[in-house]
Design a protein around this ligand. Structure first.
Ligand code: APR
Ligand code: PHB
Length: 394
């Protein structure tokens, strides 16, 4: 027995992309149904990135979910690049007139869920066997099982916001979809600890033993990362080993200010660059990690997802409310134009700041020369700064 439901937009995935899209559509009186294979607690419990471009902050405020962000978010006007103990501050505000805001993705997801539930948003959690169908017609549908029942959602549009391991991207025929990928030969070990951060701004460090990043979630909660071998497991990294390695990589001056404490979240994530083209197939539109992945070195994953959703919501609202196809037709090209520039920046920061097993002495010298160039050229520092605060939307 199949139960049929109707909506205007069926959104697969209830992460930042799916939640923000649902909210932006609701703000324009457009109904949607959001599906996720996990439940709300699991989604809210994911520890992810924490740096928002100024455009992302504006988008969340305009969506009506920025109150806590404005109250608790930490404005940052710069960050440090460190190379074997030498430091250079990228003066974001001085070079671009813009800042970034430190505010965890976990908090954004919570703010979005709260607003969606307040407004009666329609969700199905813990769904299975999600299959988008008839995407190349004007009457697509999404079939799935939920609590043992088969449900078929008939809709006008399908938004694939189901992340890198979702099903939406795979609904695009193989002779239409092109993918591009680079997997990096290392991972990032991330730690959360209830200790004041070592510095009031972020520190991205390239040390001969590997990359380290000092970040934060608040003035009492720190977030640290270490480059690890791709095969490393969390079990191999005790807190003691982690703190010792972090102090070595950030150098004695910063290490002297480091306040250590027990980790309450510890995980290792792989790094990859990935893009799927096109981001549209008929009535299916991909947004966020479903379409692209960036290494976290540029702090861009969440910001790219928000940018895609701003472009997609404009396209759907124009089509649904005013019958205007213009933005629907240009959606994929508009997103990809920006996605590739952000992929380049994230790849560039990763190549600059990590130790690569295959690198000879020459490549290591090239990394150091690039750091010295950035540290002594306002133009080079500005290039880093304008990418970090966020490129124009389109
Ligand atoms: N059916 C339904 N839901 C699915 C399926 C599926 N087959 N596969 C995945 N999902 C859900 C996941 O459970 C997740 O909640 O889709 C959601 C995708 O969310 P994200 O992976 O967070 O992707 P996105 O919303 O694009 O946000 C990108 O999140 O993961 C970070 O680093 C990433 O910061 C970036 C941001
Ligand atoms: C984080 O705080 O989690 C963070 C910050 C900057 C990055 C990546 C992660 O580039």
């Amino acid at each position: 027995m199949t139960k049929t439901r109707k909506t205007t937009v069926c959104i697969i995935g209830s992460g930042p992309a799916g939640l923000l899209l649902s909210q932006l559509l609701a703000n324009e009186g457009i109904d949607s149904i959001v599906l996720d294979r996990q439940n709300r607690d699991h989604i809210e419990g994911r520890i992810r990135a924490g740096v928002l471009e100024s455009g992302s902050v504006d988008a969340l405020i305009d969506a009506g979910v920025g109150a806590r962000l404005q109250k608790e978010g930490l404005p940052h006007s710069g960050f440090d690049l460190a190379f074997d103990g030498d430091r250079h501050r990228i003066d974001l505000l001085g070079l671009t007139g813009k800042q970034v805001t430190v505010y965890g993705q976990t908090e954004i997801t919570r703010d979005l869920f709260e607003k969606r539930f307040e407004e009666g948003g329609q969700f199905y959690f813990e769904v299975e066997d999600v299959v988008p169908t008839d995407l190349d017609t004007n009457q697509p549908s999404v079939r799935f099982t939920h609590c043992g029942e088969t449900i078929d959602i008939q809709c006008d549009f399908v938004a694939g916001c189901d992340g890198f391991r979702g099903v939406s991207r795979h609904a695009i025929p193989g002779d239409t979809l092109n993918t591009f990928e680079r997997v990096y030969p290392f991972g990032w070990l991330g730690v959360l600890t209830e200790c004041p951060p070592v510095s009031h701004e972020l520190i991205y460090a390239n040390h001969e033993r590997g990359f380290a990043l000092c970040s934060m979630r608040s003035e009492t909660r720190s977030r640290y990362y270490l480059q690890t071998a791709a095969t490393d497991t969390v079990e191999e990294w005790s807190d003691e080993r982690f703190w010792q390695e972090l102090k070595t990589r950030i150098g004695p001056e910063s290490a002297a200010d480091l306040i250590e404490g027990p980790s309450f979240e510890k995980s290792i994530a792989p790094l990859r660059s990935f893009v799927a083209e096109p981001m549209r197939y008929g009535r299916l539109f991909l947004a966020g990690d479903a379409a692209h992945i960036v290494p976290p070195t540029g702090a861009k994953g969440l910001n790219l997802a928000i940018a895609d959703v701003q472009i997609l919501s404009r396209a759907l609202i124009e089509k649904i409310k005013r019958g205007n196809d213009q933005y629907i037709e240009t959606y994929s090209a508009t997103c990809l134009g920006r996605v590739w520039k952000v992929e380049r920046f994230s790849w560039h920061m990763s190549m600059l700041l990590h130790q690569f097993p295959e690198h000879s002495g020459f490549e290591k010298k090239m990394q150091r020369a690039e750091f010295d160039y950035i540290a002594t050229s306002e133009a080079a520092s500005k290039a880093i700064a304008e990418n970090y605060v966020g490129l124009p939307l389109d």
